[in-house]
Design a protein around this ligand. Structure first.
Ligand code: NDP
Length: 293
């Protein structure tokens, strides 16, 4: 069994980012990322903190806009419109989920597609569906695809089963993997909560992706001998033996499944590491596209 580690692959992406960043700087441009956080959700706060830290490490211009949980829809729209107009900002990320009273789609629709480095604006999703490389693909699915490519896993002609159909992960990853680019050309099946006989479907997978949000959901009965397993899930479970009384686990029961796999991503230290790396890569690309470099 080969362990597909996110850390080393993310480092490769950061290396490319740094190279591109230095070129931009030499040409007089500084890539800038704005992250908008609404409310006090601790997990969202932690993600935003990691994004900010990575921007600083790369030397990028970074702006964090923190808004109270009771922020009004119109006020949030105005923040986005101001960032669209800000020449120093090349990428805008609104940390999801937003508090329940806010309409996420309406917010995303207001982000300038050229600054939508999270890849969730309909223009970018449309470009993804059209195999148009000028768009931005969502960061977690692009991270999954990059992990497969960097690990030398053949996707062309492979049967890929993705459990989960969210736009943020499953559906976008399906578009990427059935696309004609590198890490694509797969035969993709999407499964979800209405899928009949899920285990029979997932056992057909040469590459099985779990993006469900249920700890340890995928067990050995779901996995074909010799499959590659990509675990997108990040779930916090109680663990009295852990220093914080809890720990992070994936959607895959790693210990029960690993010996059946040709390769598998761990949690933590797998896909999660890639998401921020792809965000940085998208932001630097947004800067290059804007400046015509
Ligand atoms: P969503 O809740 O939006 O989607 C979950 C999907 O799983 C849905 O399509 C749902 O089906 C499906 N599902 C739920 N229960 C079952 C079941 N019993 N059988 C089959 N399918 C089922 O979650 P996300 O896509 O946003 O996230 C998925 C996981 O990935 C989470 O653990 C999340 O924390 C993690 N994540 C990790 C990231 C990273 O950086 N590594 C980034 C984003 C997410 P249906 O549509 O029918 O309800």
């Amino acid at each position: 069994m080969k362990l597909i580690e996110g850390k080393s692959i993310a480092e490769t992406v950061y290396g490319e980012c740094l190279e591109s960043f230095e070129e931009l700087k030499a040409a007089g441009f500084l890539p800038g990322l704005a992250v908008v956080l609404v409310g006090e959700d601790p997990a969202s706060r932690a993600y935003v903190g990691s994004k900010e830290k990575k921007c600083q490490e790369l030397g990028m211009h970074s702006v964090k806009i923190e808004l109270p949980a009771e922020t009004k829809q119109e006020d949030l729209h105005q923040v986005i419109l101001d960032l669209n107009a800000d020449e120093t900002i090349h990428g805008i990320l609104v940390q999801l989920p937003l508090p329940n009273h806010l309409d996420e789609d309406a917010v995303i629709l207001r982000i300038d597609p050229a600054k939508d480095v999270d890849g969730l604006h309909p223009v970018n999703l449309g470009k993804l569906a059209m195999d148009d490389p000028t768009g931005f693909a969502p960061c977690t699915p692009s991270g999954c695809q990059r992990m497969l490519v960097e690990s030398g896993i053949e996707t062309s002609g492979a049967n890929v089963v993705i459990v989960g159909r969210s736009l943020l992960v499953g559906k976008s990853l399906a578009l990427l993997m059935m696309g004609k680019g590198e890490g694509g050309n797969a035969t993709v099946t999407i499964a979800h909560s209405r899928t009949k006989d899920l285990k029979a479907v997932t056992r057909e997978a040469d590459i099985l992706v779990a993006a469900i949000g249920i700890p340890h959901f995928i067990g050995p009965d779901h996995v074909k001998e010799g499959a590659v397993v990509v675990d997108v899930g990040i779930n916090r479970i109680a663990d009295p033996t852990a220093p914080r009384g809890s720990r992070l686990v994936g959607d895959v029961d790693f210990d029960a499944v690993k010996d059946k796999c040709e390769a598998i991503t761990p949690v933590p230290g797998g896909v999660g590491r890639m998401t921020i790396a792809m965000l940085m890569a998208n932001t630097i690309r947004a800067c290059r596209l804007k400046e015509g470099l």
